[in-house]
Design a protein around this ligand. Structure first.
Ligand code: HEM
Length: 454
């Protein structure tokens, strides 16, 4: 006999889908109040999802043998964007092999090289800001994070291919910058390629152009044998698996797009929220500046990354503003008991980042921005997981945190910024992610002399 799913929401599934696309946080808040830590939503055309916000249950999921779950097969919505060879879509041995090939490029000593590039890129882009000039924080941060991907990952910082790719990638990722434009990712009937005058057709056209440019870059490097550069593409082109096999061109191309897609909007959004909070709460800004100034002039980027208050600001921003409302779905491969509930094979479990990060028992006054909470106590991997967990933990978690800290530190220590208005900022869907509506308006009020120079 099949087990019943717990606490099923009774509203029609099409209505649940619309609510989930429009405002997944309000949706989850409402049903947590009604049902508690575990409930089941049913999304029209996508199936049933058991939403979980009990850290104990999530720990049980993270601690299971990864072989007990499929994850890639739950991410099929990403196929039209990323292609069949994306890490996001893989499971089992293929996923394990691909992660092993990609992982070294994002960790260890590599990060020190990237750190310097991130600071340089930030300084260059911030130097274009004029005193008295208004700008949208999220757009400015996306410019930085796109440049980081282009230089650090693709190894491109100039030349014809860079000039073509830069605006194309920006336009491609901006195609889902509102809830209505995002719906084409969830509603398959909108995915019709009827040429460049339909949104989907335009998206596919740009994607084909990006594919061609990436393919040309890969081929050129193979021909010139210059895979010895310090960027991620060179490293993953040179990587070999246990059988001495390298990644194919299709794999390389799809992984580059995956890294761009998973890495640049997410980081830009978190940075925009961090600037919002830092300039809303003067005490946060002052504490941060005091800590940054304590390093003296021209500190080493890795020293900056180890600062404790800066780290807490970064952690608290990631807690309060989930870029993804949940981690990837874990699909049971055989019957399994979690949190006392029995689930059949093929049950889709969805640990909710948002619901756990807003638990009153873990984070008193959860909707307040208070970095100190991360200095006062440690949270376990199932109490705090902005980057997910287990064998699917975000591939770029170390790079993302480094980038967030270095961009914040570089800008805050050199420029005086202020919020352009005091209107409250709401969250809005942006593709699969959530971002600040309107992007947060900032104004540059002056350049800053550090306490050391003053
Ligand atoms: C603030 C920035 C970021 C956040 C909040 C974030 C968050 C996440 C989350 C929640 C997951 C799912 C993990 C799970 O289901 O357990 C994920 C996966 C992933 N992320 Fe990130 N991410 C960020 C930045 C990045 C960056 C910079 C990169 C690449 C350089 C990246 C690449 C990936 C990839 C490739 C996966 C799939 C991993 C797999 O399936 O094995 N992310 N990320």
């Amino acid at each position: 006999m099949l087990s019943q799913l717990p606490n099923c929401i009774t509203r029609p599934s099409w209505l649940q889908l619309i609510s989930w696309i429009a405002d997944p946080l309000k949706f989850q808040d409402y049903y947590r109040q009604k049902y508690g830590d575990i409930f089941t939503m049913r999304l029209s055309g996508l199936g049933a999802f058991v939403i979980i916000s009990d850290p104990q249950a999530i720990q049980e999921i993270f601690n299971q043998d990864p072989k007990q779950f499929d994850v890639g097969s739950g991410n099929t919505l990403a196929i039209p964007l990323l292609g069949q060879n994306s890490l996001l879509l893989m499971d089992g041995d293929r996923h394990r092999r691909e992660r092993k090939l990609l992982m070294p490029a994002f960790h260890g000593e590599r990060l020190q090289t990237y750190a310097k590039q991130i600071c340089k890129i930030t300084e260059h882009i911030a130097s274009e800001w004029q005193v008295g000039h208004h700008f949208v924080a999220r757009t400015a941060m996306q410019k930085i994070s796109l440049e980081v991907i282009l230089q650090v990952v693709f190894g491109l910082s100039g030349g014809k291919r860079y000039q073509q790719l830069q605006p194309l990638l920006a336009a491609w990722t901006n195609m889902t910058d509102s809830p209505s434009r995002s719906s084409m990712l969830f509603l398959r009937f909108l995915q019709q390629d009827w040429g460049a005058w339909t949104p989907w057709g335009q998206m596919k056209q740009r994607q084909r152009h990006i594919h061609d440019l990436l393919q040309a870059e890969i081929e050129e490097r193979r021909t010139n044998g210059d895979a010895g550069q310090a960027d991620v593409l060179s490293l993953i082109m040179a990587a070999r698996d246990e059988n001495g096999q390298a990644m194919t061109d299709e794999e390389l191309r799809d992984e580059l797009l995956t890294i761009l897609f998973a890495g640049h909007e997410t980081t830009a959004t978190i940075l925009a929220w961090a600037f919002y909070q830092i300039h809303q709460q003067t005490d946060v800004r002052e504490k941060l500046l005091h800590e940054l100034d304590s390093l003296g002039e021209n500190p080493n980027p890795m020293e900056i990354a180890h600062l404790s208050y800066l780290t807490a600001v970064c952690q608290e921003t990631l807690r309060l503003y989930p870029v993804l409302p949940s981690i990837f779905a874990r699909i049971t491969k055989s019957p399994m008991k979690i949190a006392g509930y029995r689930f059949d094979a093929e049950t889709v479990l969805l640990p909710s980042i948002y619901l756990v990060h807003s638990r009153e028992d873990l984070y008193p006054e959860p909707h307040q921005f208070r970095p100190e909470r991360f200095l006062e106590r440690q949270y376990s991997p199932s109490e705090y997981f902005p980057f997910g967990g287990g064998n699917r933990r975000c591939l770029g978690y170390a790079l993302a945190q480094l980038e967030i800290k270095l961009v914040l530190a570089t800008v805050v220590s050199k420029y005086q910024l202020a919020l352009a208005n005091d209107k409250p900022v709401k969250l809005e869907r942006r593709g699969f992610t959530l971002a600040p509506k309107g992007g947060i308006q900032l104004v540059m009020t002056g350049k800053r002399l550090s306490e050391v120079q003053a």
